[in-house]
Design a protein around this ligand. Structure first.
Ligand code: PRP
Length: 183
């Protein structure tokens, strides 16, 4: 099945089928690594919602799910590393095997802060699964155990990623036409 592509999208970077295959591959790796344990998935709102939903269903390992919403001070297009919690976890994570689920790692500043924050709560372990990573945009080195795709630092939307809160619902990851964000 081929999804409709809105005209604001220059091209499809990662198709729905490629995402589904990668989600299965990542889930199989996580299942193997966490055999005999339970995982607490921590999804970072809002971008990770689509990935979290598909990834959780692809796993065979028993999971529970928590969500956190954070915002970074600074401009709307780049993060500063100074993070404010908009919605905290609902439960303690002490002694749990936490797997942070992210849609994209750009500068790495949000994740770096988030990992420090998670570790301060005394979990049994903390790892990260990210569907996308932009290596050229990295400002800090963050260890990410599971990465779906390394991509260029272009403006991409879809599958949870937005521009001005739009396009999160696209089933693929696409390149946004520069005219849209330069307008
Ligand atoms: C995105 C993404 C990461 C962060 C990555 O969230 O979900 O949390 O930016 O950027 P960084 O590596 O440069 O810190 P965003 O702040 O856009 O919020 P959203 O998920 O609600 O769209």
């Amino acid at each position: 099945m081929t999804a409709d592509v809105p005209e604001e999208i220059e091209s499809v970077l990662i198709s729905e089928q490629d995402i589904a295959a990668k989600v299965s591959e990542l889930a199989a790796r996580v299942d193997a690594d966490y055999a005999g344990r339970e995982i607490l998935l921590v999804g970072v709102l809002k971008g990770a919602v689509m990935f979290m939903a598909d990834f959780a269903r692809a796993l065979h390992t028993p999971v529970s799910m928590e969500f956190m919403a954070v915002t970074s001070y600074g401009s709307s297009t780049s993060s500063s590393g100074v993070v404010r919690i908009l919605k905290d976890l609902d439960r303690e994570i002490a002694d749990k095997h936490v797997l942070v689920v992210e849609d994209v790692i750009d500068s790495g500043l949000t994740l770096s802060w988030l990992l420090r924050n998670m570790r301060s709560r005394g979990p049994a372990s903390v790892e990260v699964v990210a569907l996308l990573r932009k290596p050229e945009a990295a400002k800090v080195n963050v260890h990410v155990r599971y990465v779906g795709f390394d991509i260029a630092s272009d403006f991409v939307v879809g599958y949870g990623l937005d521009y001005a809160e739009r396009y999160r619902d696209l089933p693929f990851v696409g390149l946004l036409r520069p005219e849209v964000y330069e307008a």
